[in-house]
Design a protein around this ligand. Structure first.
Ligand code: 5GP
Length: 140
């Protein structure tokens, strides 16, 4: 399995496609999922090319995990979350649709089920407001 630099997240990293960016450092980028399974659903990706968990360099994986924790903590206050679900898919058989490693960090509320994957495209206005809200907690 090889890395395809034409994948959507590689294009976001290169600035060829827009994204609702909420956090960035030298190794990691975090942005909102445009088809969220719950409000505030965020994707955390390494900047270095890696297809998934099976080929990522351990240092990049550690950097992604640290940012996933930072996002989860910020989501608790930004979205009044009561819990956080973290998921990560590898290869077609593992549910992966975009072949650049990403970790899903999803705010949860008691009794509210996740929407099915890829079932609902959020509006730009809502995503922009949510990105601003999460960014402001992360910057605070
Ligand atoms: P996977 O199934 O590979 O773990 O998840 C891929 C995720 O990428 C899905 O949750 C899907 O909604 C999200 N996604 C697909 N295309 C785009 C896009 O162009 N921009 C953003 N921000 N998310 C996307």
């Amino acid at each position: 399995m090889t890395y395809d630099p034409g994948n959507i997240f590689a294009k976001i990293l290169r600035g060829e496609l827009p994204a609702y960016r909420v956090y960035e450092d030298e190794r990691v980028l975090a942005f909102l999922d445009i088809m969220p399974r719950a409000p505030g659903h965020t994707l955390v990706i390494p900047k270095a090319p890696s297809r998934n968990l099976l080929d990522v360099a351990p240092d990049d994986l550690a950097a992604v995990a640290a940012v996933a924790q930072k996002i989860a903590r910020a989501q608790m206050s930004a979205f009044g979350a009561e819990g956080i679900t973290v998921t990560q898919h590898n290869e077609h058989a593992g549910g992966q649709e975009v072949f650049h490693l990403h970790v899903h960090v999803i705010p949860r509320h008691t009794g509210i089920e996740l929407k099915p994957p890829l079932s609902y495209k959020e509006t730009p206005e809502v995503l922009a407001e949510q990105a601003a809200r999460l960014s402001s907690v992360l910057e605070g």
